[in-house]
Design a protein around this ligand. Structure first.
Ligand SMILES: C[S@@+](CC[C@H](N)C(=O)[O-])C[C@H]1O[C@@H](n2cnc3c(N)ncnc32)[C@H](O)[C@@H]1O
Length: 282
C-alpha cells in the first residue's frame, strides 16, 4: 500500500474500466502504483475513504468534473518541441510548396490542419511556426489543436513554457517566436493567433467537423488504445482528411493502409487516397 488509501483489485478494475470506456486509455494490470501515485492527493482533497467511492462518484456523473480530473491525472501528456522532426520537415519541404502552387493557380484559397491529441500544445505551435516561416502563407491557415485533457489544453492556451522545454526549439525560432516572461518564455501573439485549442475526445463516435482537413497529425496516442478502438479512431481520422490530404501518426505507430485507403509516404506519414467508403481522390 502506498499513501493513505489501499487499492483493492476490484476498485482498480472499476477505475481502469471507466478510463477504458470514457477515454480509450488502457491502464494495464501493472499500473496500480501509477494510479495510487496520481490519485492519492485527489482522494485526500475529496476526503474519500476508498477508491470504490471515487468510482461510484464518477459513475453517477460520467461527464462531470471528477471524470475530467481522473483524465487529467492519468493521461500521459509527455511531448516536446520538434518531436519526430521529420514530420515538420515534410510539411515545410513538400506540403507548403505544393499548397502555395495550388493557391497561385487559384485551385485553393487556404489549407486546414488539425493537431489531434496535441497535449500541451508544443506540436501545434511547431506546425504554426513552420507555416509562419513562409510569410506569404501565414494568413492562409488556422491550426486546430485538441486534446482530451482540460489541464493540457489550458496549458496549451497559456502558451508559456519553461526554458528547458524551449531549448528544443532552434535559436532562430526562439528569437522570432518566443518572448521572455518571468516563468520562462511565451509564444508570441503572431503565432498564437494562428492556433486555436479545444478539448475533444477522439473516441467519440463522430468528429464534430463541418469541413475536412488537408493535414491531420495524430501522434503518440493511438498506442494507448486497444486494437478495435484504434481502428475506429483511424477510420474517423481518415474520414476527416480531404482526399489527397495527409495523416501523420507517431513513428512507433502503424496503421493498416489497405483497410483505410492510405498510401505510405514516409515513416508515420500517409496520403489519404479517398478510397475509404467510396470517396474520390482529387
Ligand atoms: C503522449 S501525448 C502525445 C502528444 C503529441 N501528439 C506528441 O506526439 O508529442 C498523448 C496525448 O493524448 C491525449 N489523449 C489520450 N486519450 C485521448 C482521447 N481519447 N482523446 C483525445 N486525446 C487523448 C492525452 O491527454 C495526451 O495529451
Amino acid at each position: 500500500m502506498i499513501g493513505e488509501h489501499s487499492l483493492t483489485p476490484a476498485d482498480f478494475d472499476r477505475l481502469a474500466e471507466i478510463l477504458r470506456r470514457e477515454v480509450g486509455i488502457e491502464l494495464g494490470e501493472t499500473k496500480q502504483s501509477l494510479l495510487l501515485a496520481r490519485l492519492g492527493s485527489l482522494m485526500r482533497t475529496l476526503g474519500m475513504d476508498s477508491y470504490g467511492q471515487l468510482a461510484d462518484a464518477i459513475d453517477q456523473d460520467p461527464g462531470g468534473p471528477l471524470m475530467l480530473e481522473l483524465v487529467n491525472r492519468l493521461s500521459t501528456n509527455h511531448t516536446y518541441f520538434n518531436r519526430e522532426e521529420r514530420h515538420f520537415l515534410f510539411l515545410r519541404e513538400s506540403l507548403l510548396p505544393f499548397w502555395r502552387q495550388q493557391m497561385l493557380r487559384g485551385e485553393r484559397k487556404r489549407f486546414r490542419i488539425w493537431s489531434a491529441a496535441c497535449s500541451t500544445g508544443e506540436e501545434t505551435y511547431n506546425i504554426a511556426m513552420t507555416i509562419a516561416d513562409e510569410t506569404d502563407l501565414r494568413g492562409s491557415c488556422r491550426v486546430l489543436g485538441t486534446d482530451i485533457s482540460s489541464g493540457a489544453i489550458e496549458k496549451a492556451r497559456r502558451g508559456t513554457y519553461t526554458p528547458q522545454a524551449l531549448a528544443k526549439l532552434s535559436p532562430s525560432w526562439r528569437e522570432r517566436y518566443v518572448r521572455d516572461v518571468a516563468t520562462g518564455g511565451e509564444i508570441v501573439p503572431q503565432i498564437r493567433e494562428m492556433v486555436v485549442f479545444r478539448r475533444m475526445n477522439l473516441i467519440r463516435e463522430r468528429f464534430p467537423f463541418r469541413n475536412s482537413f488537408d493535414l491531420v497529425f495524430c501522434r503518440n496516442v493511438l498506442i494507448y488504445f486497444h486494437e478495435e478502438l484504434r481502428a475506429r479512431v483511424v477510420e474517423n481520422l481518415v474520414r476527416s482528411v480531404e482526399p489527397g490530404g495527409y495523416l501523420v501518426v507517431g513513428h512507433s505507430e502503424t496503421v493498416d493502409r489497405n483497410r483505410f485507403g492510405l498510401s505510405y509516404v514516409q515513416p508515420g506519414i500517409y496520403k489519404v487516397t479517398g478510397q475509404l467508403s467510396g470517396r474520390t481522390a482529387r
